[in-house]
Design a protein around this ligand. Structure first.
Ligand code: PRX
Length: 631
């Protein structure tokens, strides 16, 4: 695999990738194992949209992990697993161990009638079996859809119903910091509304007492017991679906982003090796959860395709103490460490004492992902964790992009705090103004779009291709629109400024304001609500809800508490509003649209210069809201 080793090498590769993209990607694809070579590298148009990479190529992504590495790396650790509680023993799965576990579970899935093309929902903790589950699906051609295990039963049920999953893989309970979470109960509740699910497989993790429904629920250890450790890999088309991952948008329910096999494989490995400059023998750790795209591409697929050792951590950064991350880095001699700015900011609040006992001298590269990193957090990370010697890769990408698109190449691209810097080879970003004109040159700011396909881009939104077209390809015809606003500075470096739509980024998690509003509106006393993001010291953005409610039956305090609980029940704890303000009305335009611009200003504590409010249907309400907010 061609690896970039110098800055001029980066420019050279980039240039090649733009001048002859097909040839560029073909050369990289050739380094993988295909059962049948493609007939055409790329067919595409952004109108339908239709994007096909390595057309007619046949392969199995897991053969590019296992059959490829078994003889050379059979005894090398593939996964190092660190449990939630440091007193429990950690586990190491070599490439051979993982291969055998994947095969056993592949056979188990077959034994419960899972066939190529079936959807399997994975609602599991961060344990090696979750990786086994994903890879077993890929091995037999089933399509996995991992749902973050912090989501509520309603959210889980919505996702299961949307993809009509046949099987759900889960656990009896999850450990998370000091808590034990009874996740099987959540699954049971969800499944009441999901007739498509014929079976569940339950991993014993916490020994929590649970209900096992006869004829539907099976224990993981039982289903694998008599299964063989050999299982032939299904032949997949390059464009067969590999997985569906749900993500929030500005309207409606979360959509199922679809990634396919060949292009995703090529891009995740290529980007992993280059961005992190992974060297054979290194230990790489990404702290994300497999419920998010970062977990898919850069805990599981990218690293394993590269034959890397990837660390999986079950717990949280502050349990049992706020030095836990650094303890793990020393314990397993981690070389590349990849986390979210929100985690850095949260740890920053504990000061530097928790870091002091640890050497951190194995670290070579630090990474961030998911949200803009503020300069202060960047410097703290750089100085106290990287000890001024580790480059930071601020990686910009999305669930839809499948892999990192804009990022420094570690140690090669000169970095600048809070800049994702430059596009990876093969990525052609453009900045458009609101009329769709391309803004050329440097020192420009506008809508971030991509004008040429890359191998790991989404292909559709599951079951609703029109929604994919509308969301990503209609605002600026001929381009993929990211929904982000970006600045290209005087050096040609990209700095992501945030979303332009009604999506907020809370602790690196994407949240549609409409989704939170819908959940709030489920409370019987709520008449209407409007949700906006506001700057939050640790989360990046917090959730601020303005609510009109019937106040005759509750104190304000208990109503607010109940609303928070309602959101928790309907979506999950990550969507609970940080602030809820009961207001007499919401500022609306004459056509009845809520003027969020005004609410955003008030939520940020700045009520000066609210702009022109005279076009509002009810301008007087602005003063009332300001008073209620105390700004
Ligand atoms: O707004 C951008 C922000 O996160 C969004 C994508 O969210 P999601 O699909 O959940 O994927 C997150 C992990 C890849 C983007 O539209 N974002 C992501 N990375 C960065 C970022 N904002 C600034 N800097 C980043 N490095």
């Amino acid at each position: 695999m061609p690896k970039i080793t110098t800055f001029s090498g980066y420019f050279h590769e980039y240039q090649k990738s733009i001048v002859q993209p097909q040839k560029f990607w073909e050369r990289i694809a050739e380094t993988f194992h295909w059962k049948k070579r493609w007939t055409n590298v790329l067919d595409w148009n952004f109108e339908e949209p239709s994007v096909k990479w390595f057309v007619d190529g046949k392969l199995n992504i897991t053969e590019n992990i296992f059959e490829r590495f078994l003889y050379t790396k059979g005894d090398q650790p593939a996964i190092i697993w660190e449990p939630n509680n440091p007193k429990e023993a950690y586990r190491v799965l070599t490439y051979r161990d993982l291969y055998e576990e994947v095969n056993r579970f592949s056979n188990a899935l077959k034994s419960i009638a899972v066939v190529k093309g079936d959807r399997v929902v994975i609602y599991m903790p961060m344990v090696p079996e979750a990786a086994v589950a994903m890879l077993a699906c890929a091995r037999i051609g089933a399509i996995h859809s991992v749902v973050f295990a912090g989501f509520s039963s309603t959210s889980l049920a919505d996702r299961i119903k949307d993809c009509k999953a046949k099987v759900v893989l889960t656990s009896d309970g999850n450990f998370r910091g000091a808590k034990t979470i009874p996740v099987k109960d959540v699954v049971d509740e969800a499944l009441e509304k999901c007739p498509s699910v014929k079976s569940t497989v339950v991993l014993k993790r916490t020994n929590t007492e649970i209900n096992m429904r006869v004829g539907r629920d099976m224990w993981w250890h039982d289903v694998i017991e008599n299964e063989s450790t050999e299982c032939n890999a299904e032949t997949m088309d390059s464009e067969d679906m590999l997985f569906i991952l749900y993500t929030s948008g500005s309207t409606g329910k979360p959509k199922g982003v679809v990634h396919t096999t060949g292009g995703y494989m090529v891009y995740t490995k290529y980007s992993f090796e280059n961005v992190f400059q992974y060297q054979q023998g290194d230990v790489y750790w990404c702290t994300a959860d497999i419920g998010w795209i970062t977990g898919h591409s850069y805990i599981i697929y990218g690293p394993l395709l590269a034959g890397a050792t990837t660390l999986m951590f079950e717990g949280v950064p502050t349990f049992p103490h706020p030095g836990r991350f650094w303890e793990i880095v020393d314990k397993h001699q981690v070389n590349q460490f990849y986390t979210a700015p929100t985690a850095i900011r949260a740890l920053q609040t504990h000061g530097i004492e928790p870091i002091a006992p640890f050497k951190l001298d194995s670290l070579k590269v630090l990474g961030t992902v998911g949200e803009p990193i503020n300069e202060e957090a960047w410097h703290w990370y750089h100085d106290h964790i990287g000890k001024n010697r580790c480059p930071i890769v601020d990686t910009w990408w999305q669930t839809e992009t499948g892999g990192i698109l804009v990022s420094p190449i570690a140690g090669i691209t000169p970095t600048k705090p809070s800049y994702a810097t430059m596009p990876l080879p093969g990525i052609q970003p453009v900045i458009l103004d609101n009329e769709g004109n391309e803004l050329f040159g440097n020192s420009v700011e506008g809508n971030l779009c991509i004008k040429f396909p890359w191998p790991s881009m989404l292909r559709t939104t599951y079951g609703d291709h029109e929604r994919c077209r509308q969301t990503y390809f209609s605002s600026f015809p001929g381009y993929y629109f990211t929904g982000d606003v970006v600045r290209r500075d005087e050096d040609g470096y990209y700095r992501i400024l945030g979303r332009v739509d009604d999506v907020i980024n809370v602790s690196g998690h994407r949240m549609g304001t409409a989704e939170v509003e819908n959940a709030i509106d489920e409370h019987p006393l709520v008449i209407e609500s409007a949700v906006v993001g506001y700057p939050h010291d640790i989360k990046g953005q917090g959730i601020f809800a303005f609510v009109i409610a019937d106040m005759s039956q509750r104190s304000e305090e208990s109503l607010i508490q109940e609303i928070r609980e309602t959101v928790n029940r309907i979506i999950g704890p990550i969507a609970k509003p940080d602030k809820i303000l009961v207001v007499p009305g919401l500022p609306k335009t004459r056509s009845g649209k809520i003027m969020r611009r005004i609410l955003r200003k008030i939520a940020s504590g700045d009520a000066s210069n609210l702009g022109d409010t005279s076009t509002l249907l009810n301008p007087e309400v602005v003063e009332d809201i300001k008073k209620a907010a105390g700004v």
